[in-house]
Design a binder for this molecule. Structure first.
Ligand code: NCD
Length: 489
């Protein structure tokens, strides 16, 4: 499989494809559009159009229901003076005939200049990006991410509080305390949102419904890559404490102070007041069983607590019954503004990705500093597979177009590495039954752990295939490389 993406094409698959500076740049442009084209009576609403995008076409390719994301992208493109084409019903497109996403993208990228995709499979937007010579924007891929919703969410947060004519400056995200409630496991909006909150130094207070906690791999990335601060109740005092320490190599002072256990109680009591309560609906379409666990309803009674006296109430919408309509008239409710910001924010993102008005606007640079993890790649029918059954790599129609691609991420135990799917970013860790070995298909031997990948010469790597266990390797006729001794675990 060959990636056909020219190196300079920028895609926004994850919120982590954008640097903090780029996100702030998007906010500046969005604000500029609001100032120039906004409704004088409603400061969150775009009311006029411009022609800066008049030569361009946006394609919306939606394999899942959408109201806000698709229509606000389309409105944004029309407000920029551009044109739109749309495919919003998989039953009425060639997907129904069995056409792969990879082929669809290679076709549509000749009909448009930028594509927004929404898909039920985690990692679908990444696959689309691999086959697209034009920018791909992820409008939500399964339970993975929804980066442009996060841009709307952060922008809403920066506008929190009263601003006078003389003080139009956006609020800083750093130090803001944001409670996130509901389905933190199935909500893609949450996954992009928490990464961004962590990166901007906000404090996250998870309030999950039972069994809908943040996925372990998201939580772990927050701690290990983004130095997030999350809240937990102190069992004795009931006070909020920052309870998780995120040790990273670029924070050596933290490492030296707190080296040792991964989770360390800072013991620091933090401000009780919450700046925002972000509510999510139960993502029933992501679960096989229909039954919903007891779910917290955010209503006037909940918001009466002094902690929430000045907390904005946010929701990516649609709401079902987790957010009481009685709050609609509450001064703290900002969810309809949050949805309205979809237009200026998406206008700004399109402006940057298409480099419209390129003299006056900041260009995208090389993106968020990616961890320089080694990427392992093998054909899809060889060796270890992604454990996330909803990953695009398991979609039958994409089998000829995806590969077994994993980041090899340094880990503490037991063999020093874990794998992270390149498409859906789910981590695959070693367990009692999964004990990675690297097989050498030329010598018919295997070594324990993943270290052999790192030591292999570049021309030898294609002969190395990761198996889930020694038993698996032995079943396929490989024997332990006598020269290599197992690392103590
Ligand atoms: C969200 C989504 O599709 O993930 N909707 C949206 O884009 N605003 C949230 C949801 O469906 O619950």
């Amino acid at each position: 499989m060959a990636s056909r993406t020219p190196p300079l094409t920028r895609h926004v698959v994850s919120i982590n494809d954008l640097t903090n500076q780029e996100i702030e740049g998007i906010f500046d442009i969005a604000q500029r559009y609001l100032d120039e084209l906004g409704d004088p009576n409603l400061d969150y609403r775009i009311a006029q159009s411009t022609d800066v995008g008049s030569k361009f076409i946006l394609a919306t390719l939606f394999y899942e229901p959408s109201t806000r994301t698709r229509l606000s992208f389309e409105s944004a493109m029309l407000r920029l003076g551009g044109e739109i084409i749309t495919s919003d019903d998989p039953a009425a497109s060639s997907a129904k005939k069995g056409e792969s996403l990879a082929d669809t993208i290679r076709v549509i990228s000749n009909y448009s200049d930028i594509i927004v995709i929404r898909h039920p499979r985690d990692g679908a937007a990444k696959l689309a990006a691999e086959y697209s010579p034009i920018p791909i924007i992820n409008g939500g891929d399964g339970a993975h991410e929804h980066p442009t919703q996060t841009l709307c969410d952060l922008f809403t947060l920066t506008k929190k509080g009263k601003r006078t004519e003389n003080n139009k400056k956006p609020r800083r995200l750093e130090g803001m305390k944001v409670a996130i409630s509901g389905d933190l496991k199935g909500s893609r909006t949450i996954h992009s949102f928490v990464y961004a909150l962590a990166r901007f130094g906000a404090i996250i207070e998870p309030m999950p419904a039972a069994g809908m906690e943040l996925p372990a791999h998201v939580d772990r990335r927050l701690r290990e890559e983004f130095q997030s601060r999350t809240i937990a109740k102190n069992a004795q005092s009931g006070d909020d404490q920052i309870d998780v320490l995120y040790v990273t190599s670029d924070k050596p002072h933290q490492q030296s102070l707190f080296a040792g256990p991964e989770v360390v109680d800072y013991g620091v009591a933090i401000q009780k007041k919450v700046d925002a309560v972000y509510v999510t609906r139960f993502q029933k379409e992501r679960y096989s069983e229909e039954k919903q666990a007891p779910y917290l309803k955010i209503d006037a009674k909940f918001m009466k607590d002094a902690r929430y006296a000045d907390a904005s109430v946010m929701h990516p919408l649609p709401r079902v019954d987790e957010l009481d309509v009685d709050l609609d008239t509450d001064r703290r409710a900002v969810y309809f503004q949050q949805a309205a910001y979809g237009v200026p924010i998406r206008m700004a993102l399109i402006t940057m990705l298409l480099n419209l008005k390129n003299k006056s606007l900041q260009k995208f640079n090389d993106g968020f500093a990616k961890p320089t993890y080694f990427v392992y790649r093998q054909p899809i029918d060889r060796g270890v597979r992604c454990i996330n059954k909803n990953c695009i790599s398991h979609e039958p129609s994409e089998q000829q177009y995806v590969a077994n691609k994993f980041f090899v991420v340094p880990d503490t135990q037991p063999h020093g590495f874990r794998l992270r799917c390149l498409y859906c970013e789910t981590d695959i860790e070693e367990t009692a039954t999964r004990d990675f070995v690297v097989t050498d298909t030329t010598k018919h031997t295997y070594t324990r752990g993943l270290e052999a990948l790192h030591h292999a010469a570049p021309d030898k790597i294609k002969h190395l295939v990761i198996c889930e266990s020694e038993t698996d390797a032995q079943k396929h006729g490989f024997r332990l490389n006598p020269g290599k001794v197992a690392k103590a675990s």
